[in-house]
Ligand binder design. Structure first.
Ligand code: IPE
Length: 271
């Protein structure tokens, strides 16, 4: 078969945050209404060449945290914790896949722990031939933040944001859409600070300046909150790939973003 031809549009990468599709106040609390609505929006937008990545929310984070999976293998008791963390992610992914497939979307799940190895938490190798093949054939690959094997740590947690940024660079994506549960990127946490101001547009230079002021991790987020999300996206922006952060908890935003229509959010561009 031919390689990824010029006739094929550059892919868009859509990352849906775990806080959108799960209820972070309840362990293993799924928001089926949000999953169904997002699947409707993706079907209606009918994007050509889309890569979907979703987060862990109240499925991945609490179990990963309980067993300190991100810090790597230290004791035997973590082994079952790794298995549980990976398993609950496959359960959440299954619910997402159900919603996509029963709407007629040719989505195929790609399990990060089976094709990615990290080195000290950074993606070191990614066996991407199946992913390339399925994109070439018009399928929609769906990946997720996962418990993965690490050459130095034994294992760790790989965030969906790192996967999204990595894939965007590797496949020279048109853009990255990040769906979160707030309207965009703020100078303070909008959930706790009424004076928080949202950025509508940021250049790479501006983003680097504000990075230190962005919210860090909360109790139930092992991959580091907004500040880490932004840090993960920087390599893609450096590569010239624009990133749009929108509110995926509000109906219609992801649809509009996928259609390229104007939508409230934070646009981050190289210049
Ligand atoms: C986390 O992925 C995956 C696990 C904890 C296993 P993300 O870091 O992408 O998840 P969210 O979007 O913050 O919930």
């Amino acid at each position: 078969m031919r390689g990824l031809g010029l006739s094929q549009p550059r892919p868009a990468v859509l990352k849906i945050g775990g806080s959108v599709i799960t209820d972070k106040t309840k362990e293993l609390g799924v928001r089926m209404d949000a999953i169904s609505r997002l699947a409707d929006e993706i079907r209606d937008a009918n994007p050509k060449n889309l890569i979907i990545v979703h987060g862990g929310g109240s499925f991945g984070h609490p179990i990963a945290q309980k067993h300190a999976i991100k810090d790597g293998f230290k004791e035997e008791s973590q082994i079952i914790g790794f298995a549980e963390t990976h398993h609950v992610m496959t359960v959440l992914n299954g619910l997402f896949m159900d919603a996509l497939i029963w709407r007629g979307l040719p989505a195929v799940s790609i399990t990060p722990s089976s094709c990615i190895m990290t080195k000290n938490g950074r993606i070191m190798c990614f066996e991407d031939s199946p992913l390339k093949q399925l994109m070439k054939m018009g399928f929609i690959p769906v990946l997720y933040g996962d418990a993965v094997f690490d050459t130095e740590l034994g294992f760790t947690i790989l965030s969906g944001d790192q996967i999204a940024s990595f894939l965007a660079v590797r496949f020279n994506a048109e853009n990255i859409l990040i769906g979160v549960d707030v309207d965009g990127l703020y100078d303070a946490d909008p959930k706790t600070d009424d004076n928080a101001k949202m950025f509508e547009h940021l250049t790479l230079e501006e983003l680097r300046k504000i990075q230190g002021r962005l919210g860090g991790s909360n109790a139930c987020d092992v991959t580091g909150g907004m500040a880490n999300k932004v840090a993960e996206l920087i390599p893609a922006v450096e590569h010239g790939i624009p990133v749009l952060i929108v509110n995926a908890s509000k109906p219609g935003y992801v649809y509009k973003a996928l259609k390229g229509e104007k939508v409230k959010g934070t646009l981050i561009e190289k210049e």
